[in-house]
Design a protein around this ligand. Sequence first.
Ligand code: ADP
Length: 489
Amino acid sequence: MIDVLAVASEYYPLIKTGGLADVTGALPAALKPHGIATRTLIPGYPKVMQSLRARETLHDFADLFGGPARLLASGDLIVLDAPHLYGRDGNPYLGPDGKDWPDNWRRFAGLGLAAGELGSGGVARYKPRIVHAHDWQAALAAVYLRFWQGAAKSVLTIHNLAFQGQFPSKIFGELRLPASAFAIDGVEYYGAVGFLKGGLACADAITTVSPTYAAEIATPQQGMGLDGMIRARRASVTGIVNGIDTEIWNPATDQALAERYDTQRLQRRQANKQAIEQRFDLDRDDGPLFCVVSRLTWQKGMDILADTLDSLVAHGARLALLGSGEAWLEQSFAAAAERHHGRIGVIAAYDENLSHLLQGGSDAILIPSRFEPCGLTQLYGLRYGCVPVVAQTGGLADTIIDANDAATSAGVASGLHFAPGDAGALDHAIARAVALYREPKIWAQMQRMGMKMDVSWEKSAARYAALYRRACSDNAGGLFQLIEKRLER
Ligand code: ADP
């Protein structure tokens, strides 16, 4: 067994704002058959602390960025109990005013430092061989390991390059890193401190959540200022598509559905469709019902969707939208629901059960993201026979086969693609989906094709396991970095 410490700011079912939690929650079980024993380090938010039953103190920090802290072990979780950093209800990143907590750098430097301590052998009872940091909130783990010369190898996964954790240079002095870490191969980023940038510079291996996104972020157009760094580390960057938990997301057993079904009993989805119509106050008819389950943000292309709603209704379709996020978008969708009463229904909330029902009863799910590192809702859509209509970007491009003529006649289409960032292209895709829906044989074939696809963690877990093994056995990792550095010069 290889001991891997995963480090993340979210973990399903304890704390979730997006796909990151689904990944950190599901990957450990999928890795176990590959000889990987994962424990996951997460911050001790109030909800997490309340859920802990048996707990054992692994380590005490007399002062972790402004207060005492402890590492508590509970099953496969290691919780960083630091009330001065995490003892606040609500969203893990934002205060009640909707803005980032002003001390986020301390909160997530604390997480990274605790992981660095574990990976450097500072905790007698647990010495992981790999520290796997997820996103900027955990990225400093790789920096501490590098500059403290910890024994563990580090892996950094980018779930979304848009979130980088950048802070003014004045915090550097408090990070407990040597002065040499404020440099191009450390946390220095255009004169400031970049947590993700530091992780990218220091990690032994870098992954992101789809091969297409791995290629996209190496370009100036989509590299969000870090494309140079990604290119410099190209030899260490791999794209591994996310899987889903196929037990939690199983239409044959899902208790959140009005009616359960499988590929042989697709007609049972009808009861779920009716339940959605009721919940979203929609007319009943035999036309297609689209759904959206999303953060309401610019990244997700929600403004583009809002601009195409009149046309969606004109195509004879209906929409049930579940989402929360930016106020202007919530208002825009509420206005559309008012304009098109019975055709567009909106619930501005975060509701896990309702998201299952939407996948289990809608005909298609719309995902118009401007960029999408992997995306999970299209995978849930595949699993539930809710045909994904997706922007052709990142993981959406990698996981959905467009219903072009070739794919349809070969019987391998599983959804529809359209060009990202373009209302006209989205509108055209909606029209295509409506037309395909009117051909029940083709539509059902697409549904079944999606439902049969392997969207589990099986293949990707094997890839992560292979990556861990390479990192462990491989001192070539260091060598690669030396070569990369030479090439950079
Ligand atoms: P991201 O992590 O960028 O938000 P993903 O598609 O990777 O996007 O993951 C989103 C996750 O959050 C999915 O599990 C999705 O079902 C869930 N989700 C998003 N918005 C809502 C909502 N309003 N209610 C319930 N679940 C939601």
